[in-house]
Design a protein around this ligand. Structure first.
Ligand SMILES: [Zn+2]
Length: 477
Protein backbone atom coordinates (compact mmCIF):
# COMPACT_ATOMS: atom_id res chain seq x y z
CA UNK A 1 0.00 0.00 0.00
CA UNK A 2 1.23 3.49 -0.82
CA UNK A 3 0.92 6.37 1.63
CA UNK A 4 0.97 10.11 1.33
CA UNK A 5 1.89 12.74 3.90
CA UNK A 6 -0.37 15.60 4.88
CA UNK A 7 1.45 18.54 6.48
CA UNK A 8 0.23 21.83 7.88
CA UNK A 9 2.65 24.42 9.22
CA UNK A 10 2.32 26.97 11.99
CA UNK A 11 5.02 29.56 11.60
CA UNK A 12 5.85 32.10 14.27
CA UNK A 13 7.41 35.27 13.01
CA UNK A 14 9.01 37.60 15.55
CA UNK A 15 8.45 41.20 14.53
CA UNK A 16 11.32 43.68 14.41
CA UNK A 17 9.42 46.46 16.15
CA UNK A 18 11.60 48.51 18.51
CA UNK A 19 9.34 47.83 21.47
CA UNK A 20 7.26 44.93 22.77
CA UNK A 21 3.63 44.15 21.94
CA UNK A 22 2.02 45.77 25.00
CA UNK A 23 4.74 47.81 26.75
CA UNK A 24 7.67 50.03 25.82
CA UNK A 25 10.42 47.53 26.70
CA UNK A 26 13.09 46.94 24.05
CA UNK A 27 12.87 43.84 21.84
CA UNK A 28 16.64 43.73 21.31
CA UNK A 29 18.05 40.20 21.14
CA UNK A 30 21.07 39.27 23.24
CA UNK A 31 20.79 41.77 26.09
CA UNK A 32 21.65 40.45 29.59
CA UNK A 33 18.81 38.30 30.99
CA UNK A 34 15.85 40.14 32.53
CA UNK A 35 16.98 43.62 31.54
CA UNK A 36 14.28 44.22 28.90
CA UNK A 37 11.43 43.86 31.37
CA UNK A 38 8.81 45.94 33.17
CA UNK A 39 5.71 45.29 35.31
CA UNK A 40 3.54 44.92 32.18
CA UNK A 41 5.52 42.17 30.42
CA UNK A 42 6.21 40.53 33.80
CA UNK A 43 2.45 40.34 34.40
CA UNK A 44 2.27 42.25 37.68
CA UNK A 45 -1.23 42.79 39.05
CA UNK A 46 -2.92 46.05 38.21
CA UNK A 47 -0.98 46.92 35.06
CA UNK A 48 -2.66 47.73 31.76
CA UNK A 49 -1.29 46.58 28.42
CA UNK A 50 -1.46 48.99 25.45
CA UNK A 51 -1.14 47.53 21.97
CA UNK A 52 1.82 48.45 19.73
CA UNK A 53 0.54 50.18 16.58
CA UNK A 54 3.64 49.22 14.61
CA UNK A 55 2.93 45.53 15.26
CA UNK A 56 -0.54 45.93 13.76
CA UNK A 57 0.96 47.72 10.75
CA UNK A 58 3.41 44.84 10.26
CA UNK A 59 0.57 42.33 10.49
CA UNK A 60 -1.28 44.28 7.81
CA UNK A 61 1.80 44.29 5.57
CA UNK A 62 2.10 40.51 5.69
CA UNK A 63 -1.65 39.96 5.34
CA UNK A 64 -1.78 42.15 2.24
CA UNK A 65 1.36 40.56 0.76
CA UNK A 66 -0.19 37.08 1.14
CA UNK A 67 -3.55 38.13 -0.24
CA UNK A 68 -5.45 37.56 3.00
CA UNK A 69 -8.88 38.82 3.91
CA UNK A 70 -8.30 41.47 6.58
CA UNK A 71 -10.63 41.71 9.53
CA UNK A 72 -11.12 45.41 10.17
CA UNK A 73 -12.27 44.43 13.64
CA UNK A 74 -10.24 41.84 15.53
CA UNK A 75 -9.99 40.81 19.15
CA UNK A 76 -7.08 40.03 21.48
CA UNK A 77 -7.79 36.98 23.64
CA UNK A 78 -6.20 35.32 26.62
CA UNK A 79 -4.84 31.83 26.04
CA UNK A 80 -4.39 30.17 29.40
CA UNK A 81 -1.73 27.66 30.25
CA UNK A 82 0.78 27.30 33.01
CA UNK A 83 4.45 27.32 32.24
CA UNK A 84 7.39 28.94 34.09
CA UNK A 85 8.28 31.19 31.14
CA UNK A 86 4.79 32.71 31.07
CA UNK A 87 4.54 35.11 34.01
CA UNK A 88 0.85 36.05 33.59
CA UNK A 89 -0.35 32.45 33.39
CA UNK A 90 -1.83 33.33 30.01
CA UNK A 91 -0.55 34.50 26.68
CA UNK A 92 -2.27 37.36 24.88
CA UNK A 93 -3.15 36.05 21.44
CA UNK A 94 -6.07 36.09 19.03
CA UNK A 95 -8.67 33.39 18.81
CA UNK A 96 -12.10 33.91 17.34
CA UNK A 97 -11.37 37.07 15.41
CA UNK A 98 -7.80 37.14 14.11
CA UNK A 99 -6.41 40.10 12.18
CA UNK A 100 -6.45 38.18 8.88
CA UNK A 101 -7.81 34.99 7.31
CA UNK A 102 -7.34 33.01 4.10
CA UNK A 103 -4.65 34.08 1.63
CA UNK A 104 -1.85 31.83 0.36
CA UNK A 105 1.87 31.30 0.03
CA UNK A 106 2.95 30.37 -3.48
CA UNK A 107 5.91 28.01 -3.46
CA UNK A 108 8.11 26.73 -6.26
CA UNK A 109 9.26 23.16 -6.29
CA UNK A 110 11.23 21.65 -9.19
CA UNK A 111 10.18 24.53 -11.40
CA UNK A 112 6.48 24.02 -10.60
CA UNK A 113 4.47 26.64 -8.75
CA UNK A 114 2.07 25.49 -6.05
CA UNK A 115 -0.29 27.48 -3.89
CA UNK A 116 -0.46 26.59 -0.19
CA UNK A 117 -3.60 28.18 1.24
CA UNK A 118 -3.68 29.74 4.66
CA UNK A 119 -6.21 29.42 7.44
CA UNK A 120 -5.30 32.61 9.26
CA UNK A 121 -2.71 35.04 10.52
CA UNK A 122 -2.99 36.23 14.09
CA UNK A 123 -1.06 38.54 16.39
CA UNK A 124 0.26 37.45 19.77
CA UNK A 125 3.03 37.98 22.28
CA UNK A 126 6.04 35.74 22.77
CA UNK A 127 6.78 33.92 26.02
CA UNK A 128 10.05 34.13 27.98
CA UNK A 129 12.82 31.59 27.69
CA UNK A 130 13.97 28.83 30.04
CA UNK A 131 17.67 28.19 30.28
CA UNK A 132 18.59 24.72 31.48
CA UNK A 133 21.94 24.18 33.10
CA UNK A 134 22.93 20.53 33.38
CA UNK A 135 25.18 21.22 36.36
CA UNK A 136 22.34 22.43 38.55
CA UNK A 137 19.08 20.82 39.59
CA UNK A 138 17.13 23.92 38.53
CA UNK A 139 16.55 26.12 35.47
CA UNK A 140 16.82 29.85 34.85
CA UNK A 141 14.20 31.99 33.25
CA UNK A 142 14.84 35.03 31.07
CA UNK A 143 11.82 37.29 30.46
CA UNK A 144 13.48 39.54 27.86
CA UNK A 145 11.50 37.75 25.16
CA UNK A 146 8.21 37.86 27.08
CA UNK A 147 5.87 40.21 25.25
CA UNK A 148 7.83 40.47 22.00
CA UNK A 149 5.31 40.74 19.12
CA UNK A 150 4.69 37.66 17.02
CA UNK A 151 2.62 36.81 14.02
CA UNK A 152 1.45 33.24 13.70
CA UNK A 153 0.80 32.09 10.16
CA UNK A 154 -1.30 28.93 10.01
CA UNK A 155 -1.40 27.02 6.74
CA UNK A 156 -4.02 24.56 5.58
CA UNK A 157 -2.79 20.94 5.53
CA UNK A 158 -1.87 21.24 1.86
CA UNK A 159 1.84 20.53 2.05
CA UNK A 160 2.68 17.02 0.90
CA UNK A 161 6.41 16.49 1.45
CA UNK A 162 9.31 17.66 3.63
CA UNK A 163 10.77 19.39 0.54
CA UNK A 164 7.57 21.37 0.05
CA UNK A 165 7.59 22.31 3.74
CA UNK A 166 11.11 23.71 3.41
CA UNK A 167 10.19 25.57 0.19
CA UNK A 168 7.17 27.05 2.02
CA UNK A 169 9.34 28.22 4.92
CA UNK A 170 12.00 29.67 2.67
CA UNK A 171 9.39 31.55 0.64
CA UNK A 172 7.76 32.94 3.76
CA UNK A 173 11.12 33.91 5.19
CA UNK A 174 12.03 35.77 2.01
CA UNK A 175 8.71 37.62 2.08
CA UNK A 176 8.95 38.77 5.72
CA UNK A 177 12.52 39.91 5.12
CA UNK A 178 11.50 41.83 1.98
CA UNK A 179 8.72 43.47 3.99
CA UNK A 180 11.23 44.37 6.68
CA UNK A 181 9.03 43.01 9.46
CA UNK A 182 11.22 40.12 10.67
CA UNK A 183 14.90 39.28 10.31
CA UNK A 184 14.09 35.61 9.63
CA UNK A 185 16.90 34.36 11.84
CA UNK A 186 15.95 30.78 12.70
CA UNK A 187 18.93 30.21 14.99
CA UNK A 188 17.98 33.15 17.18
CA UNK A 189 14.39 32.00 17.08
CA UNK A 190 12.92 34.94 15.16
CA UNK A 191 11.34 32.48 12.75
CA UNK A 192 9.99 29.29 14.31
CA UNK A 193 7.97 26.50 12.91
CA UNK A 194 5.69 23.78 14.26
CA UNK A 195 4.26 21.16 11.96
CA UNK A 196 1.15 19.02 12.01
CA UNK A 197 1.86 15.77 10.23
CA UNK A 198 -0.29 12.81 9.36
CA UNK A 199 -0.22 10.10 6.73
CA UNK A 200 -3.01 8.35 4.85
CA UNK A 201 -3.36 5.82 2.05
CA UNK A 202 -2.67 7.54 -1.26
CA UNK A 203 -5.83 8.92 -2.81
CA UNK A 204 -7.83 8.76 0.42
CA UNK A 205 -9.75 11.91 1.34
CA UNK A 206 -9.88 11.10 5.06
CA UNK A 207 -7.17 12.56 7.27
CA UNK A 208 -5.05 10.30 9.47
CA UNK A 209 -4.31 11.06 13.13
CA UNK A 210 -2.01 14.04 13.30
CA UNK A 211 1.09 14.57 15.37
CA UNK A 212 2.44 17.98 16.22
CA UNK A 213 6.19 18.44 15.77
CA UNK A 214 8.15 21.09 17.64
CA UNK A 215 11.72 22.19 18.18
CA UNK A 216 12.91 22.46 14.61
CA UNK A 217 15.18 25.49 14.38
CA UNK A 218 16.69 25.25 10.94
CA UNK A 219 15.51 24.31 7.47
CA UNK A 220 17.56 21.15 7.74
CA UNK A 221 15.86 20.17 11.01
CA UNK A 222 12.45 20.69 9.47
CA UNK A 223 13.30 18.44 6.56
CA UNK A 224 14.86 15.72 8.72
CA UNK A 225 12.18 15.80 11.42
CA UNK A 226 9.35 15.57 8.90
CA UNK A 227 11.04 12.77 6.93
CA UNK A 228 11.59 10.78 10.10
CA UNK A 229 8.08 11.38 11.38
CA UNK A 230 6.43 10.39 8.08
CA UNK A 231 8.42 7.14 7.99
CA UNK A 232 7.58 6.45 11.64
CA UNK A 233 3.86 6.88 11.07
CA UNK A 234 3.82 4.75 7.91
CA UNK A 235 5.74 2.08 9.82
CA UNK A 236 3.11 2.04 12.56
CA UNK A 237 0.24 1.75 10.08
CA UNK A 238 1.95 -1.06 8.18
CA UNK A 239 2.33 -2.97 11.45
CA UNK A 240 -1.37 -2.52 12.05
CA UNK A 241 -0.77 -0.12 14.95
CA UNK A 242 -2.30 3.29 15.52
CA UNK A 243 -0.72 6.74 15.45
CA UNK A 244 -1.27 8.50 18.78
CA UNK A 245 -2.30 12.17 18.71
CA UNK A 246 0.48 13.92 20.60
CA UNK A 247 3.17 16.58 20.50
CA UNK A 248 6.64 15.30 19.66
CA UNK A 249 10.01 17.00 19.86
CA UNK A 250 12.71 16.72 17.25
CA UNK A 251 16.03 15.62 18.69
CA UNK A 252 18.95 16.75 16.54
CA UNK A 253 21.43 14.39 18.25
CA UNK A 254 19.53 11.23 17.31
CA UNK A 255 17.66 12.77 14.34
CA UNK A 256 14.45 11.26 15.64
CA UNK A 257 11.29 12.60 17.27
CA UNK A 258 10.08 11.64 20.72
CA UNK A 259 6.86 12.33 22.60
CA UNK A 260 6.62 15.49 24.70
CA UNK A 261 3.00 15.57 25.82
CA UNK A 262 -0.51 14.73 24.76
CA UNK A 263 -1.88 17.38 22.41
CA UNK A 264 -4.11 20.00 24.02
CA UNK A 265 -7.45 20.77 22.48
CA UNK A 266 -8.40 24.41 22.04
CA UNK A 267 -10.88 24.23 24.93
CA UNK A 268 -8.05 23.34 27.30
CA UNK A 269 -6.79 26.89 26.93
CA UNK A 270 -10.06 28.52 28.09
CA UNK A 271 -9.74 31.34 25.56
CA UNK A 272 -11.67 34.53 26.25
CA UNK A 273 -11.38 38.15 25.02
CA UNK A 274 -8.83 40.07 27.08
CA UNK A 275 -10.88 42.53 29.15
CA UNK A 276 -7.85 44.84 29.49
CA UNK A 277 -7.59 45.41 25.76
CA UNK A 278 -10.05 47.11 23.46
CA UNK A 279 -10.91 45.63 20.09
CA UNK A 280 -8.40 46.24 17.34
CA UNK A 281 -10.16 48.44 14.81
CA UNK A 282 -8.33 49.06 11.58
CA UNK A 283 -9.66 51.88 9.39
CA UNK A 284 -9.93 50.92 5.74
CA UNK A 285 -7.83 53.96 4.82
CA UNK A 286 -4.95 52.51 6.86
CA UNK A 287 -5.11 49.22 4.96
CA UNK A 288 -5.07 51.16 1.68
CA UNK A 289 -2.10 53.21 2.84
CA UNK A 290 -0.11 50.11 3.85
CA UNK A 291 -0.97 48.42 0.55
CA UNK A 292 0.24 51.45 -1.38
CA UNK A 293 3.57 51.46 0.43
CA UNK A 294 4.19 47.73 0.08
CA UNK A 295 7.56 46.99 -1.57
CA UNK A 296 7.92 44.80 -4.63
CA UNK A 297 7.64 41.21 -3.41
CA UNK A 298 10.18 38.47 -4.23
CA UNK A 299 7.98 36.70 -6.80
CA UNK A 300 7.18 40.00 -8.55
CA UNK A 301 10.86 40.90 -8.58
CA UNK A 302 11.71 37.51 -10.03
CA UNK A 303 9.24 37.88 -12.90
CA UNK A 304 10.49 41.39 -13.64
CA UNK A 305 14.18 40.39 -13.54
CA UNK A 306 13.51 37.50 -15.92
CA UNK A 307 11.78 39.83 -18.33
CA UNK A 308 14.12 42.82 -18.09
CA UNK A 309 17.60 41.38 -17.81
CA UNK A 310 17.72 38.26 -19.98
CA UNK A 311 19.22 36.15 -17.20
CA UNK A 312 18.56 32.48 -16.44
CA UNK A 313 16.03 31.49 -13.80
CA UNK A 314 18.80 30.07 -11.63
CA UNK A 315 20.71 33.36 -11.74
CA UNK A 316 17.61 35.37 -10.92
CA UNK A 317 16.70 33.09 -8.01
CA UNK A 318 20.03 33.79 -6.34
CA UNK A 319 20.01 37.50 -7.17
CA UNK A 320 16.61 38.08 -5.56
CA UNK A 321 17.14 35.93 -2.44
CA UNK A 322 18.18 39.03 -0.47
CA UNK A 323 16.46 42.29 -1.28
CA UNK A 324 19.60 44.37 -0.71
CA UNK A 325 21.58 42.15 -3.05
CA UNK A 326 18.92 42.52 -5.75
CA UNK A 327 18.94 46.31 -5.26
CA UNK A 328 22.73 46.32 -5.47
CA UNK A 329 22.55 44.41 -8.75
CA UNK A 330 20.06 46.85 -10.25
CA UNK A 331 22.02 49.93 -9.18
CA UNK A 332 25.19 48.47 -10.69
CA UNK A 333 23.42 47.66 -13.96
CA UNK A 334 22.13 51.22 -14.09
CA UNK A 335 25.71 52.55 -13.87
CA UNK A 336 27.40 49.93 -16.03
CA UNK A 337 24.71 49.26 -18.61
CA UNK A 338 25.06 45.56 -19.35
CA UNK A 339 23.30 43.17 -16.92
CA UNK A 340 25.03 39.88 -17.81
CA UNK A 341 28.62 40.74 -16.74
CA UNK A 342 27.27 42.36 -13.56
CA UNK A 343 25.28 39.24 -12.71
CA UNK A 344 28.27 37.01 -13.47
CA UNK A 345 30.57 39.01 -11.24
CA UNK A 346 28.10 39.29 -8.35
CA UNK A 347 27.11 35.63 -8.46
CA UNK A 348 30.69 34.36 -8.50
CA UNK A 349 33.26 36.65 -6.91
CA UNK A 350 31.09 38.81 -4.69
CA UNK A 351 28.92 35.97 -3.42
CA UNK A 352 31.99 33.83 -2.70
CA UNK A 353 33.37 36.51 -0.39
CA UNK A 354 30.00 37.16 1.25
CA UNK A 355 29.57 33.45 1.97
CA UNK A 356 33.12 33.14 3.24
CA UNK A 357 32.60 35.98 5.71
CA UNK A 358 28.91 35.29 6.46
CA UNK A 359 28.11 38.86 5.47
CA UNK A 360 25.33 40.62 3.65
CA UNK A 361 26.21 43.02 0.84
CA UNK A 362 25.24 46.00 3.01
CA UNK A 363 27.77 44.96 5.64
CA UNK A 364 30.70 45.31 3.24
CA UNK A 365 32.54 48.29 1.73
CA UNK A 366 31.35 47.38 -1.76
CA UNK A 367 29.24 49.84 -3.73
CA UNK A 368 27.64 49.65 -7.20
CA UNK A 369 30.10 52.38 -8.28
CA UNK A 370 33.12 50.23 -7.36
CA UNK A 371 31.86 47.14 -9.22
CA UNK A 372 30.89 49.16 -12.27
CA UNK A 373 34.32 50.80 -12.34
CA UNK A 374 36.05 47.43 -12.03
CA UNK A 375 34.10 45.91 -14.92
CA UNK A 376 34.73 48.99 -17.04
CA UNK A 377 38.50 48.59 -16.51
CA UNK A 378 38.19 45.04 -17.90
CA UNK A 379 36.14 46.22 -20.90
CA UNK A 380 38.69 48.89 -21.74
CA UNK A 381 41.45 46.28 -21.70
CA UNK A 382 43.27 47.98 -18.83
CA UNK A 383 43.20 44.76 -16.80
CA UNK A 384 42.20 41.20 -17.62
CA UNK A 385 39.19 39.61 -15.96
CA UNK A 386 41.63 37.30 -14.17
CA UNK A 387 43.50 40.25 -12.69
CA UNK A 388 40.18 41.86 -11.81
CA UNK A 389 39.10 38.76 -9.91
CA UNK A 390 42.35 37.71 -8.31
CA UNK A 391 44.19 40.92 -7.57
CA UNK A 392 41.94 43.96 -7.76
CA UNK A 393 38.64 42.76 -6.32
CA UNK A 394 40.05 41.32 -3.06
CA UNK A 395 41.61 44.71 -2.33
CA UNK A 396 38.45 46.62 -3.25
CA UNK A 397 36.42 44.27 -1.05
CA UNK A 398 38.69 44.63 1.97
CA UNK A 399 39.36 48.35 1.82
CA UNK A 400 36.72 49.93 -0.40
CA UNK A 401 39.53 51.50 -2.48
CA UNK A 402 38.69 52.50 -6.03
CA UNK A 403 39.70 49.78 -8.55
CA UNK A 404 41.54 52.37 -10.65
CA UNK A 405 43.70 53.26 -7.70
CA UNK A 406 44.41 49.59 -6.87
CA UNK A 407 45.50 48.98 -10.48
CA UNK A 408 47.80 52.00 -10.42
CA UNK A 409 49.30 51.29 -7.02
CA UNK A 410 49.95 47.63 -7.71
CA UNK A 411 51.11 48.20 -11.28
CA UNK A 412 48.55 45.77 -12.66
CA UNK A 413 47.91 47.36 -16.03
CA UNK A 414 47.37 44.62 -18.58
CA UNK A 415 50.17 43.74 -20.99
CA UNK A 416 48.89 43.92 -24.56
CA UNK A 417 52.16 44.54 -26.37
CA UNK A 418 52.54 41.78 -28.98
CA UNK A 419 56.32 41.86 -28.91
CA UNK A 420 56.57 41.36 -25.17
CA UNK A 421 53.89 38.68 -25.09
CA UNK A 422 55.31 36.79 -28.07
CA UNK A 423 58.55 36.25 -26.13
CA UNK A 424 56.64 34.73 -23.21
CA UNK A 425 54.53 32.56 -25.54
CA UNK A 426 57.63 31.22 -27.25
CA UNK A 427 59.13 30.43 -23.87
CA UNK A 428 56.04 28.48 -22.84
CA UNK A 429 56.02 26.44 -26.04
CA UNK A 430 59.71 25.67 -25.66
CA UNK A 431 59.16 24.44 -22.12
CA UNK A 432 56.33 22.08 -23.11
CA UNK A 433 57.44 20.18 -26.22
CA UNK A 434 55.29 17.12 -25.49
CA UNK A 435 52.12 19.24 -25.33
CA UNK A 436 53.08 21.07 -28.51
CA UNK A 437 53.46 17.70 -30.24
CA UNK A 438 50.04 16.58 -29.05
CA UNK A 439 48.50 19.87 -30.15
CA UNK A 440 49.95 19.51 -33.60
CA UNK A 441 48.52 15.97 -33.80
CA UNK A 442 45.05 17.41 -33.27
CA UNK A 443 44.53 17.93 -29.53
CA UNK A 444 43.42 21.53 -30.05
CA UNK A 445 42.01 21.76 -26.54
CA UNK A 446 45.56 22.24 -25.26
CA UNK A 447 45.43 25.86 -26.38
CA UNK A 448 43.77 26.70 -23.06
CA UNK A 449 46.66 25.06 -21.24
CA UNK A 450 49.22 27.22 -23.07
CA UNK A 451 47.20 30.37 -22.41
CA UNK A 452 47.07 29.42 -18.74
CA UNK A 453 50.84 29.02 -18.61
CA UNK A 454 51.35 32.45 -20.18
CA UNK A 455 48.91 33.99 -17.68
CA UNK A 456 50.81 32.35 -14.86
CA UNK A 457 54.16 33.66 -16.07
CA UNK A 458 52.78 37.19 -16.41
CA UNK A 459 50.96 36.93 -13.07
CA UNK A 460 47.64 37.38 -14.82
CA UNK A 461 48.65 40.60 -16.51
CA UNK A 462 48.72 39.35 -20.10
CA UNK A 463 45.80 40.24 -22.33
CA UNK A 464 44.29 36.78 -22.99
CA UNK A 465 42.87 37.80 -26.36
CA UNK A 466 46.29 38.82 -27.66
CA UNK A 467 47.92 35.73 -26.12
CA UNK A 468 45.40 33.52 -27.88
CA UNK A 469 46.17 35.06 -31.25
CA UNK A 470 49.93 34.81 -30.81
CA UNK A 471 49.84 31.20 -29.62
CA UNK A 472 47.62 30.13 -32.49
CA UNK A 473 49.95 31.77 -34.98
CA UNK A 474 53.03 30.16 -33.42
CA UNK A 475 51.45 26.72 -33.25
CA UNK A 476 50.09 26.75 -36.78
CA UNK A 477 53.42 27.83 -38.29
ZN1 LIG B 1 7.79 45.44 29.46
Amino acid sequence: MEFEAVIGLEVHVQLTTKTKMFCSCSTKFGNPPNTNVCPICMGFPGVLPVINKKAIEYALKLAIALGCKINLRSVMARKHYFYPDLPKGYQISQYELPIAEEGAVEIEINGQRKKVNLVRIHMEEDAGKLIHDEKHPYSYVDFNRAGVPLLEIVSKPEISSPEEAVAYLKTLRRIVRYLGICDGNMEEGSLRCDANVSVRPKGSSKFGTKVELKNMNSFKHVEKALSYEIKRQIGLLLEGKEVVQETRLYDEATQTTHPMRGKEEAHDYCYFPDPDLIEVKVPESWVEQVAKELPELPSQKKDRFLKEYGLTEKEVDILIEEKDFADFFESTVKLYGNPKPVANFLLTEVLRYLNRDHKLIGETKLTPELISELLTLVDKGVISITTAKQQVFPEVYESGTSPKKVVEEKGLVQESSEDKLRAVCEEVLKENPAEVEKYKKGKKGLLGFFVGQVMKKTRGKANPKVVNQILQKLLES
